[in-house]
Design a protein around this ligand. Structure first.
Ligand code: GN1
Ligand code: MG
Length: 363
C-alpha cells in the first residue's frame, strides 16, 4: 500500500468541507496516470478516490464533469437492464450536490467510490488477461452506442487527429524551445517517417469510417481487474467523446502487445507478441458484438500502428517543448517514451500483414 501524503492544508480543508471528510481522513497516491492527480482517501473505514483535474489539459472541466455524469448514468442503466456486465464508476457529489468542488485556488476536485478488491496492470504477461481487457473495453464501446450523441461533448478537440499531431511535432521541432532537438535526432527521424501513415488515415475518413462515442484512452491501466484476472471496471472517463473505435483498439495494442511498459528505455526489449494480438482481436470483437463494421475490423493493425505513432509524436513533442504536458519522473523521460513507441511502431509495421491475418473474419 502506498504511503500517505500530506495535502496542502488549504486543499485538505477545501476537499474535507466539500465532501464532509473527517479529521482523520488519510490520502495516498493511486494509479499511474500522467495527467490528473489521483488519491485514495481512507476515511472512517470508507475508501474513495479523489482526483484533481488537470485544467491545463482539460480546459473545460465543466464539460468533462457533464460527460462523466452522462456516461456513468448511461452505463448504470445498461448494467441495471442486464446489457452491461461490468461495474460502473460512481461519482460522489459534494455535500452541496455538485459533481465537483472548485477550491479557492481554482483547482477542480471530484470524488468516485473506490471499486473494492481491484488492481491495475501496466503490462500483461498472459494472453488471457489481454483477452479479458479487450473484451471489457469492447463491451464498454458497445454499451455506449445507445448513448445520445448530443450528451457527450468534445473535451479535447482533435485529440487523436494524426495530421494535427504530426504538424504539432514538426512545429515543436522547428521551434526547439528547450534546445533538445540536436540530442534527439534519431527519435525525430523516426517521428518524421510517421507521415507515411497519414494517407491511409485520410483514405479511411473518406471511406466513411464510423464516428462513435469512444473512450479514447484505452490503455491497459485504465481498466480495473480482480485478483483472478477478470476485468471489473473501465476507469478514466475524462476523454470519452466522439471518436473512432480504431483509437480505442490502437491504444490497447500499444499497451498490450509489447512485453514492457510504454516507458521502458531499452528498445531492444520491445516486440509484438502475436499470441497477444490474436487474443486482443478476438476479445475486442467478442466485446463489441455487432458494433464493429468491416472497415474497422479490417484496420485493427493499422489502428495499433496509428495510435502508437500518434502517442510517440505526442511524447516527443512534449520533450521538445520542455515537458509541459505529460508528468515526468526524471529528465529525458518523455524522450524514452517516444523512443519506445517508435520502436513498437516499427515492429508493428514490419509484421502488419501477418498480424492482420490473425483477425477473425466474424464474431
Ligand atoms: C495520458 O491520464 P492517462 O495517463 O491515463 C493521456 C493519454 C496518453 C497516455 C500515455 C488526456 O493518459 O492520451 O495516451 O497518458 N491522456 C490525456 O500514457 O492526454
Ligand atoms: Mg489513466
Amino acid at each position: 500500500m502506498n504511503a500517505a501524503v500530506e495535502l496542502d492544508p488549504r486543499i485538505r480543508r477545501g476537499v474535507s468541507e466539500a465532501w464532509g471528510l473527517g479529521p482523520r481522513a488519510r490520502f495516498s497516491p493511486l494509479g499511474n496516470g500522467l495527467i490528473n492527480r489521483t488519491l485514495l482517501v481512507r476515511d472512517d473505514g470508507r475508501r474513495r478516490v479523489l482526483q484533481c483535474l488537470n485544467t491545463h489539459v482539460f480546459r473545460d472541466p465543466e464539460l468533462v464533469m457533464r460527460n462523466c455524469h452522462a456516461v456513468t448514468a448511461h452505463l448504470g442503466r445498461e448494467r441495471a437492464a442486464g446489457r452491461y456486465g461490468y461495474a460502473v464508476l460512481e461519482l460522489v457529489p459534494t455535500l452541496a450536490g455538485e459533481p465537483a468542488a472548485v477550491l479557492d485556488d481554482g483547482s477542480w476536485w471530484r470524488m468516485y467510490d473506490h471499486v473494492p478488491d481491484t488492481r491495475t496492470h501496466d503490462t500483461t504477461a498472459a494472453p488471457a488477461l489481454t483477452f479479458e481487457a479487450a473484451r471489457g473495453f469492447g463491451a464498454f464501446a458497445s454499451a455506449l452506442c445507445g448513448l445520445d450523441r448530443d450528451s457527450v461533448g468534445e473535451v479535447i478537440p482533435h485529440f487523436h487527429d494524426p495530421v494535427r499531431r504530426f504538424h504539432a511535432f514538426r512545429a515543436a521541432l522547428a521551434a526547439d524551445r528547450a534546445g533538445r532537438a540536436a540530442a534527439a535526432v534519431r527519435e525525430c527521424n523516426a517521428a518524421l517517417a510517421f507521415d507515411e501513415a497519414l494517407a491511409h488515415w485520410q483514405h479511411l475518413l473518406e471511406a466513411g469510417l464510423p464516428w462513435r462515442i469512444t473512450h479514447n484512452d484505452c490503455k491497459l491501466n485504465n481498466l480495473l481487474f480482480d485478483a483472478g484476472g477478470r476485468a471489473v471496471c473501465v476507469v478514466d472517463l475524462d476523454t470519452v467523446m466522439p471518436g473512432s473505435l480504431l483509437f480505442d483498439f490502437g491504444d490497447m495494442g500499444r499497451t498490450m502487445l509489447s512485453p514492457v511498459p510504454e516507458d521502458c528505455p531499452d528498445p531492444e526489449r520491445i516486440e509484438v507478441r502475436r499470441d497477444h494480438f490474436a487474443a486482443l482481436a478476438r476479445g475486442y470483437i467478442e466485446g463489441c458484438g455487432e458494433l464493429l463494421a468491416p472497415l474497422e475490423r479490417d484496420n485493427l493493425v493499422f489502428a495499433a500502428r496509428l495510435v502508437t505513432g500518434v502517442i510517440g509524436l505526442r511524447f516527443l513533442t512534449d520533450h521538445l517543448d520542455g515537458d509541459r504536458y505529460f508528468r515526468v519522473a526524471h529528465p529525458g523521460h518523455n524522450l524514452e517514451r517516444a523512443r519506445n513507441q517508435f520502436a513498437l511502431y516499427a515492429a508493428l509495421t514490419r509484421q502488419a500483414d501477418a498480424l492482420q491475418a490473425l483477425v477473425p473474419r466474424s464474431a
